[in-house]
Design a protein around this ligand. Structure first.
Ligand SMILES: [Zn+2]
Ligand SMILES: [Zn+2]
Length: 542
């Protein structure tokens, strides 16, 4: 606690006043003028209270003793243990600019669009749980100062053929990058931090412990080396571009610099100096089925980002409403006016099911990409003690790209075929019933089955996700429809039964998607003491 020089009351940093203000006598003080008795002795360290959550093990710094009833990270009500600790002083801090009310307003803007998000996230009482937390960041100052000599190639075309000339680019480089930032917190994921970026580092202030009065601060635990290569790579990329840009003066219009990151670091003598900084984030967690979703708002700019689980209850209600609204009237209309209604019904449900399975396929692809990308460098370090470098071997990624490309091309072709059939079906919906109609229906159903199987296999490959089996229901319905088309394509009752089964299959498939989405958008609480087979193996690695 920081005490008021005039009355001894608790003084707290006021976001709008940019000063520490006394709760009792309203005197205000500049942060640099306020110290605790013990602080002046040691310049590198400061004394603070660290609270530890017995549920999830997360640690948080706080000057206030109110922190002791609720864990912000795992969202459980629990008594946090506290101890006085000496912490290394960060170099910089960006003080909060946005108040809690402003943050809640920004957050509401993004929840408005998320119609299917749990209603709790729109509840004022729950929004009141937003906490002001300073998140530790590594703030790299990068310099490049050297005489370089690098191989490059100029590619040009005279309209008929392309030519490549190999050249050597030489010159002097002298550049500086200030504040390339990466979050240093294990509790915060890189992806959320990226989504609320940027922080304007020019607004940073020299750190004084009194800035923390009335706020929480995360205890940093990711070493600076973890992100250093990213800072270097960023500077090297800019340098390559600068060299290419500079060469235009000498008549080279399309100069490509061939340098690996390590070579570039050597050539440009790229050096990074890490400094620790605290950035302001409004933070809240939401618990559901042992997992937590995180809501964050940038405390400087007000930019909000959140994990949005889909409320299954809301989804079921929406589906039920839509079904009741559209199905009985349209079915009734069709059966009254068209002789061939059962066939049309099957056509329409097939069209629905194409949409559902294409969405499933595309979503699975996207989840797979997100899953592969989601390896958080900080978490990776914590687990394996190895710095995770995102740019894998070039060859490997090119190979993978080609493989993926061919695969998606094949699926794309199948899709085109399906669209043609789909168009045919739509055009012929009112007239054609012959053998062609059955043939196209079979192709459509086969195509759907393909999409479902590939999507299902992709789902199984997701490492952060458990498997869901609703899609198997979708596949079964397709198999049933296929069988029906082969056995008795013109049987009215079979057509109607097939259509209803298809709708059920679509529903189960989309349910799977929602559960996958929820699984991926929710997180394991940090450091959670886990029990059970696989998870013990996981802990051993940590
Ligand atoms: Zn006072
Ligand atoms: Zn906790």
């Amino acid at each position: 606690m920081f005490a008021c020089k005039n009355c001894g009351g608790n003084i707290i940093y006021d976001i709008k006043a940019h000063k520490l203000v006394c709760k009792i006598c309203k005197s205000s003080f500049a942060p640099e003028s306020v110290t605790k008795e013990n602080d002046s002795v040691d310049y590198d360290y400061f004394e603070t209270t660290i609270f530890t959550c017995p549920q999830c093990g997360a640690k948080i710094m706080c000057e206030d003793n109110e922190a002791s009833s609720f864990c912000t990270y795992c969202s459980s009500a629990t008594v946090l243990t506290s101890r006085i600790s000496k912490e290394k002083k960060p170099d910089y801090i960006i003080p909060f600019e946005k108040t809690k009310e402003e943050c809640i307003q920004e957050f509401k803007k993004i929840t408005k669009k998320a119609i299917l998000a749990p209603s709790e996230l729109k509840d004022e009482k729950i929004l009141d749980k937003f906490k002001a937390i300073y998140v530790p960041y590594w703030h790299y100052d990068v310099t490049q100062q050297n005489r370089f000599s690098v191989s490059a190639a100029e590619i040009y075309s005279d309209g008929n053929s392309n030519y490549t000339t190999y050249v050597k680019a030489e010159g002097d480089i002298d550049s500086k990058f200030e504040g390339i930032s990466r979050d240093a917190s294990y509790n915060f994921s890189d992806d959320l931090c990226e989504r609320i970026a940027p922080f304007f580092t020019s607004e940073k202030k020299k750190f004084y412990p009194s800035y923390l009065s009335g706020f929480y601060a995360d205890v940093s635990d990711v070493p600076s080396e973890v992100y250093e290569h990213e800072a270097l790579a960023l500077a090297n990329d800019v340098a390559r571009e600068m060299v290419s840009e500079e060469s235009k003066k000498d008549g080279y219009n399309n100069l490509k610099i061939y340098l690996s990151n390590d070579e570039a670091t050597k050539q440009f003598d790229t050096k990074a100096v890490p400094r620790k900084a605290l950035y302001p984030v409004w933070f809240m967690s939401f618990k559901q089925n042992k997992k937590v979703a995180y809501m964050t708002v940038n405390g400087q700019t007000g930019r909000a980002a959140s994990d949005f689980p889909v409320s299954i209850r809301k989804f079921l209600i929406a589906t039920l409403l839509l079904t009741l609204l559209f199905f009985p009237p349209s079915l009734g209309f069709m059966f009254l006016f068209y002789e061939n209604a059962s066939n049309i019904f099957l056509d329409i449900t097939l069209i629905f099911s194409i949409a559902a399975f294409i969405i499933y396929y595309v979503q699975m692809k996207m989840m797979q990409i997100r899953d592969a990308d989601s390896e958080d460098a900080g978490k990776f370090y914590k687990k394996y003690g190895v710095v995770y470098i995102k740019n894998k071997e070039k060859n490997e990624s090119v190979k993978k790209l080609i493989k993926d490309y061919i695969f998606d091309l094949a699926v794309g072709l199948m899709y085109v075929l399906m669209v043609i059939c789909f168009l045919w079906e739509t055009l012929s919906i009112l007239s054609v019933t012959g053998i062609m109609d059955v043939f196209f229906k079979i192709i459509l159903t086969f195509g759907n089955l393909g999409l479902a199987v590939i999507g299902f296999i992709r789902g199984g490959r997701l490492k952060n996700s458990s498997k869901f089996y609703g899609i198997l229901g979708g596949m079964l319905s397709l198999v049933f429809v296929l069988a029906g088309l082969f056995i008795a394509p013109s049987n009215k009752y079979l057509c109607i039964a097939s259509g209803i089964l298809l709708c059920l299959g679509c529903f189960l498939t989309i349910m799977d998607l929602i559960r996958y989405h929820n699984e991926l958008s929710m997180r394991q609480p940090p450091h959670l003491k886990r029990r059970g087979g696989d998870e013990i193996a996981d802990t051993v690695n940590m």
